[in-house]
Design a protein around this ligand. Structure first.
Ligand SMILES: [Mn+2]
Length: 285
């Protein structure tokens, strides 16, 4: 985002981006540590005017924090580091967006957003349930993200198409609201996009939005550690995010799990575009 320097000064900016180049618990292809840098580089090519919103979202002011140094002593220590970095921006009244990094960093960002907001709820875009209580010896693995979010508030998950038997059992036992990718696909044949309003209605007044880029279909988002076919389309995801911004107060958000592919620059432009759209949608009021 090639914005004017004055607007990107932290004291002027309404939005602060916190890059978290970390991917220590990734179980498949690593590389999410290179995600923040790739998204920020691609963002320089995005035009300031947003055709859909008919304004320049960048004009709210967007500051970019220094990349958070990874703490590789444990995933829990890294979550705490993200938490404390985000908390200091929340205390200054900023809308904080974390650029991951693997999805475990969301837990720290969400905790910071949840402080002094006991009724916060979460909108999770993902291919995976991420509902394991622990994974490979850690409760702060990327595979446990949604389970940790449930300890802070209700989670509405969208685009899901992968999960273990244990996770599916947890969904049934807890009656968790999941918008399975396949159900969305089938439902749109007969009912159009009514699922979007329904999903947003399930969220409380204050919402944290986490976008794991693998929620998108792997044809447009191959650059991620664990791509899964049959995911959300670009416009489908944007319509959901826009509606969430219109109907709810978004108090924090992130975009995670981009692991850039040297052979294909399109995914980082896709992620940068979604980031810019979210800035527009979530700062409308
Ligand atoms: Mn995922």
């Amino acid at each position: 985002m090639g914005q004017e320097r004055e607007l990107s000064a932290p004291h002027r900016a309404r939005v602060v981006l916190v890059p978290v180049p970390y991917d220590a618990t990734t179980s498949s292809r690593p590389g999410a540590r290179f995600g923040p840098e790739a998204i920020l580089a691609a963002s320089l090519q995005i035009e300031d005017h947003d055709l859909e919103l008919n304004r320049e979202p960048i004009s709210v002011g967007v500051a970019v924090d220094d990349p958070l140094e990874p703490d590789i002593s444990s995933p829990e220590a890294m979550v705490e580091r993200v938490h404390s970095a985000c908390r200091s921006w929340h205390e200054k009244g900023k809308l904080v967006c974390v650029l991951g990094g693997e999805h475990s960093v969301t837990v720290g960002a969400a905790r910071a957003a949840a402080e002094s907001r006991p009724s916060i709820s979460f909108l999770q875009i993902d291919a995976h349930l991420d509902l394991r209580d622990s994974y490979q010896g850690s409760r702060y693995s990327h595979a446990c993200t949604a389970r940790r979010l449930w300890e802070l508030g209700d989670v509405v998950a969208v685009g899901i198409r992968d999960g273990s038997a244990e996770e599916h059992r947890w969904v049934r036992e807890n009656d968790a609201p999941i918008y399975w990718a396949q159900e969305i696909w089938a439902r749109e044949r007969s009912h159009g996009e009514d699922w979007i309003d329904e999903a947003v209605e399930k969220l409380g007044p204050e919402v944290y939005v986490t976008v794991d880029v693998d929620g998108l279909d792997s044809s447009i988002m191959p650059a991620t550690g664990t791509p899964v076919p049959g995911g959300l389309g670009y416009w489908q995801l944007l319509r959901l995010l826009r509606r969430a911004g219109e109907r709810r107060r978004v108090v924090g958000f992130d975009i995670c799990e981009l692991a850039p592919l040297p052979s294909n620059p399109a995914p980082e432009f896709t992620a940068a575009s979604i980031l810019y759209k979210m800035i527009g949608y979530f700062t409308a009021s």
